[in-house]
Design a protein around this ligand. Structure first.
Ligand SMILES: NC(=O)c1ccc[n+]([C@@H]2O[C@H](COP(=O)([O-])OP(=O)(O)OC[C@H]3O[C@@H](n4cnc5c(N)ncnc54)[C@H](OP(=O)(O)O)[C@@H]3O)[C@@H](O)[C@H]2O)c1
Length: 332
């Protein structure tokens, strides 16, 4: 039997990617697509889909709650202020909710309980949950590189520095001056320094892994490319750590992971290896007490819609790779 899945925010970059993935997923019937700006048009017209999903008509916002309630599971690919009221209502009525916004990644006192949906690190918690907080794109790459090493005490938790470059789709489909082609093209700039919205999420998960507060210096930079995140992480080895022990920790965490590719060195990690896939690629090097790792993902797949589908697969007890292996396409 097919599981009925709906997407809210289906006209955004994450929502479009989710639509492509779920339209070809063997266990899913795409049952609802919510978008105000595309209301009344079909997925065939907007995305060039074929088959059953192509006939789905995008629904305006006033119809979302009723439409999403008829689904077994929903992906909320909108913003925090939309997810915060909508997700608990749907979850209480029995719909499995995967929220792509930052609304539930760092729980507040009155929040409904949400599981942080980074399968490689928290797989066991996912299957029984009603509400999954899908991780942010930068945190996905950074946490996958750092958490196994902090958990095993191989890195000093103090003094971590993360510089990460991102393609422009990471900022969503917004029409703002600073995201216009003429502003972005031929230029590179950092943004959100010391106040990026992913910092609370990074601090929370890194601190839990290390068992002490961790507060990395995080500098995100936009590149004039469409997709992909490459994070370069610099830290200090703990006294008992070595390159061999770090390799062992990565292998212990990831040897059987279908979406983690470990490379022998950071210079073998590149966006080309991951863009269009649900994979994260990680490579590291050690010199004296210095540690450096690079981690790369496709921000819209492993950083958003692909990870949401991975979580959906776990929620319904399917093979985690369903609908996610054999991807290789390049789209904005
Ligand atoms: N882009 C990424 O790489 C990425 C990665 C990880 C997580 N995320 C998260 O995923 C979510 C979507 O991101 P995105 O990049 O896809 O953004 P986006 O391209 O700007 O799309 C946002 C979507 O939300 C809808 N929307 C806008 N205002 C709304 C409102 N007031 N009420 C309801 N719907 C509204 C828009 O469609 P209509 O106006 O047509 O309804 C659109 O479909 C965000 O929370 C983002 O933080 C994004």
């Amino acid at each position: 039997m097919q599981v009925r899945v709906g997407i809210a925010g289906a006209s955004g970059y994450a929502g479009m990617e989710a639509t492509f993935l779920l339209a070809r997923h063997p266990r899913v019937e795409l049952a609802f697509l919510g978008s105000e700006s595309w209301a009344g048009s079909t997925a065939g017209e907007r995305l060039g889909l074929s088959g059953r999903a192509s006939r789905l008509v995008y629904a305006e916002r006033s119809a979302w709650e009723a439409g999403l309630e008829c689904c077994d599971a929903v992906l909320l690919a909108t913003f925090e202020d939309v997810s915060r009221p909508l997700a608990p209502v749907l979850a209480r009525r029995g719909t499995r909710v995967i929220d792509l916004s930052s609304a539930f990644r760092v729980p507040e006192e009155d929040d409904v309980e949400a599981v942080y949906g980074l399968p490689e690190l928290f797989r066991a918690r996912i299957p029984g949950s009603r509400l999954i907080a899908n991780p942010g794109c930068y945190p996905t790459a950074i946490l996958l590189a750092l958490v196994p090493l902090l958990r095993s005490g191989l890195l000093e938790p103090e003094g971590l520095v993360v510089n990460a470059v991102s393609g422009v789709t990471g900022a969503g489909r917004r029409a703002e001056e600073s995201y216009a082609f003429a502003e972005l093209d031929d230029d590179v700039r950092a943004y959100g320094i010391f106040r990026h919205r992913h910092l609370p999420e990074l601090r929370r998960i890194l601190s839990a892994a290390a068992g002490v507060p961790v507060d990395p210096v995080f500098t995100p930079t936009l590149l004039p490319i469409r997709r992909g995140i490459l994070a370069t992480i610099v830290g200090r080895l703990a006294p008992e750590a070595s390159a061999a022990r770090i390799r062992e920790a990565y292998l212990a965490a990831y040897a059987d992971e279908p979406f983690v590719e470990l490379r022998p060195s950071p210079d073998e990690v590149s966006l080309r290896r991951v863009v269009g896939t649900n994979r994260v690629c990680i490579g590291f090097a050690v010199s004296g007490s210095h540690f450096l790792a690079c981690a790369a993902i496709d921000n819209l797949i492993k950083g958003a819609a692909g990870q949401a589908v991975q979580n959906l697969n776990l929620l319904f007890g399917w093979d985690e790779r369903l609908g996610l292996d054999d991807l290789r396409w390049f789209r904005p």
